[in-house]
Structures are given as structure tokens and as C-alpha cells.
Design a protein around this ligand. Structure first.
Ligand SMILES: [Mn+2]
Length: 232
């Protein structure tokens, strides 16, 4: 039987490996058939950064183009720090980079060994129905935004083609359209809006929740989450 091709979106794992696995289980993630999109920020701040890396690297290896790992400002800070040192390293360490360094060292590795893997992460992903970036879009065309906007931006006044984002933590998933904002109800199937911005970072690493989104082939979607601290 042909299984439906679903797209699952997660974001801002920040080393919250147990919550990541628990959320994917809650979404009945099937790596054989689903497409998985992570909206960035896999490293820094959280407790199991190396385990998260190993898991996502394995998924990417097995799933290929069905596993899309978008670059966040934390991956970018790490890459800049390793390449340039100096003030870029200060900025990364100021944003919890040391935690990532020690997570890899603890497993007798250095993150420098895997730069190519992190460098492959794109700044955005485009589908027919929606775009994906880590932080935000000002122009609906990702190419017409600066990299700074894509990975650091915090604009919410947006009414172009639907964009899915993480980066700025809110206490629940939000939908922005122009100057309006509304909460997204969890565990309810809804039709995907054609425009606006869906924000999915719900601050798991700060003790709130890890949120994910399931998009079906018929463009209906459901948002669900797990609590910070949940065990795999
Ligand atoms: Mn971020």
C-alpha cells in the first residue's frame, strides 16, 4: 500500500534530544516515507547536543533529500567562529557555543571534524505551498532577503506567501498575518493558510515545549508539542 507522503516540521532543538525523539514519536514520524524539515538551531544551550547531531546526521544519511536541515543563527555562529576566531568566537561563546564545544569533546570528537556537514545546511527551503527559514522573511522571495534577516530577523509584520519559522521563542505556536497575530490550536487539523507566518519555536531549551507541525498532501496541517524534560 502506498503510504501518504507527509511533511513534518520541527525547530530549535538546541540539544534537546529526548524531546526531539519524543515529539517525532508523537507525530508518528516514519523516516521511510515522511519528509522532515528542521528550521535550524540544532546546537548550543541544551543538554544533549552531540546526540542530537548524531541522530540528525543519521537521518540525513538515510533519508537524503527528504531530510532538510535548514541553517539557524547558531549553526552560522559556530561556522563563523571556527573559521574566523576572534570576535566571531566571542559572539558564539557568548551565545552558549562552549556548551557545544564541550558536548563534542566529551564524546572525544571536535565539531571542527563536521564543518562540511554543517556547511551543507541551506538558508531556506521553498515548496509549492510554503517557504521555510530559521528566523523570518521581509520579502516573500527568500533570495530578496539578507542572510541576516533569514537567520536573525524578528519581523512579524508579514503577509506574503506562507513562511514557517523558528528562532523567536513564544509560549505557544503563533500565526502572524500583517499586523495581526493569533494562537494556533494544537492537535486540530486545519487548512494551511496561503499567506502569513507560522512561528513554531516554543522555547523547549528554556523549559517550555518543543513544537512540531505535520502537513498532509491535501495541505491540511496539525501542530502538536511535548513538554521540556520529557524522556525519550
Ligand atoms: Mn535562532
Amino acid at each position: 500500500m502506498n503510504k501518504e507522503k507527509r511533511t513534518l516540521i520541527i525547530t530549535d532543538i538546541h540539544g534537546c534530544y529526548d524531546e526531539c525523539r519524543a515529539l517525532l514519536e508523537k507525530m508518528s514520524f516514519d523516516e521511510e516515507t515522511d519528509t522532515l524539515i528542521n528550521l535550524g538551531d540544532t546546537i548550543d544551550r541544551g543538554p544533549m547536543i552531540y546526540e542530537t547531531f548524531l541522530y540528525l546526521r543519521g537521518l540525513k544519511e538515510r533519508m537524503g533529500e527528504r531530510c532538510i536541515l535548514i541553517r539557524g543563527n547558531h549553526e552560522q555562529m559556530m561556522l563563523d567562529a571556527v573559521e574566523n576566531g576572534g570576535r566571531d568566537k566571542d559572539l558564539w561563546y557568548y551565545n552558549s557555543g562552549e556548551k557545544t564545544v564541550y558536548a563534542f569533546l566529551h564524546h572525544k570528537h571536535r565539531i571542527q571534524e563536521y564543518l562540511d556537514w554543517y556547511l551543507e545546511m541551506p538558508y531556506y527551503h521553498v515548496t509549492d505551498s510554503f517557504n521555510c527559514v530559521h528566523a523570518c522573511l521581509k520579502d516573500p522571495d527568500p533570495l530578496k532577503n539578507t542572510i541576516d534577516t533569514l537567520i536573525w530577523g524578528r519581523d512579524t509584520d508579514y503577509s506574503g506567501k506562507l513562511v514557517l519559522t523558528g528562532h523567536t521563542p513564544y509560549k505557544g505556536p503563533l500565526y502572524f498575518l500583517g499586523e495581526d497575530v493569533g494562537m494556533i490550536r494544537e492537535n486540530v487539523w486545519t487548512v494551511l493558510p496561503p499567506t502569513g507566518m507560522i512561528a513554531l519555536d516554543t522555547g523547549c531549551v528554556y523549559g517550555y515545549r518543543l513544537t512540531g507541525m505535520i502537513i498532509r498532501e491535501n495541505n491540511s496541517f496539525l501542530v502538536c508539542s511535548v513538554a521540556s524534560g520529557v524522556k525519550k
